[in-house]
Design a protein around this ligand. Structure first.
Ligand code: IMP
Ligand code: MG
Length: 183
């Protein structure tokens, strides 16, 4: 598959304005309680950095890498911890930061796993939510944007490891074998 073009769906300004709102909401809810942001690599890196800057509660940042997708655009259904947290989350308020919730398989597995480590609380914040694609139920506490069932790239999200560095979020238009564009 070849990418013909990427259509802007959410501009950098729109994304950053929404992250500001999320940061204010999260700060109001945690207050002076410390919160441990668990950034899910690699897609959530850009979102985590921007969001962390907007949270006024004491923040700690940790990283975790989970594999759910291969090189294509559909879920394999197999979730594996590729890189675990480097510290204990026992007694901490954990806020998992995800780029997108699609089938829900990755997060459902991850939340269950984190809950076994005796944190004080576990909440979930995602930049994007594609509810139409849900296969497994996941309770999402903070959502940046609900998007339709289309493959997106940018602001951390990749297509075969590319396009993560786009400052906006765009829909991918694929060129078929005859050279005609389809979404
Ligand atoms: P889930 O387990 O199906 O919810 O998959 C979540 C993961 O799939 C995300 O963390 C992304 O890495 C990837 N993903 C799902 N949809 C998209 C998309 O539209 N663009 C890029 N990556 C996606
Ligand atoms: Mg990915």
């Amino acid at each position: 598959m070849k990418i013909k073009q990427i259509k802007v769906h959410l501009s950098e300004e729109e994304i950053e304005a929404r992250i500001k709102e999320l940061g204010a909401q999260i700060s109001a809810e945690y207050g002076d309680e410390p919160v441990c942001l668990v950034c899910i690599l690699k897609g959530s890196v850009f979102f985590t950095c921007e969001l962390a800057k907007r949270i006024t509660s004491p923040v700690e940042i940790e990283f975790m890498s989970v594999s759910s997708y291969g090189a294509g655009t559909s879920s394999s259904g197999v979730v594996k911890i590729v890189q675990d947290l480097s510290t204990s989350i026992e007694g901490k308020n954990v806020l998992v930061i995800e780029d997108i919730i699609d089938s829900g398989r990755t997060l459902s597995y991850l939340l269950q796993n984190l809950k076994t480590r005796n944190p004080k609380s576990v909440k979930l914040c995602t930049l994007l939510d594609k509810p139409e694609r849900r296969v497994v139920e996941v309770a999402v506490d903070y959502v940046g944007f609900v998007i339709p069932d289309e493959f997106v790239v940018g602001y951390g999200l990749d297509y075969d490891q590319r396009y993560r560095n786009l400052p906006y979020i765009g829909f991918v238009e694929i060129e078929d074998e005859e050279g005609e564009a389809s979404e």
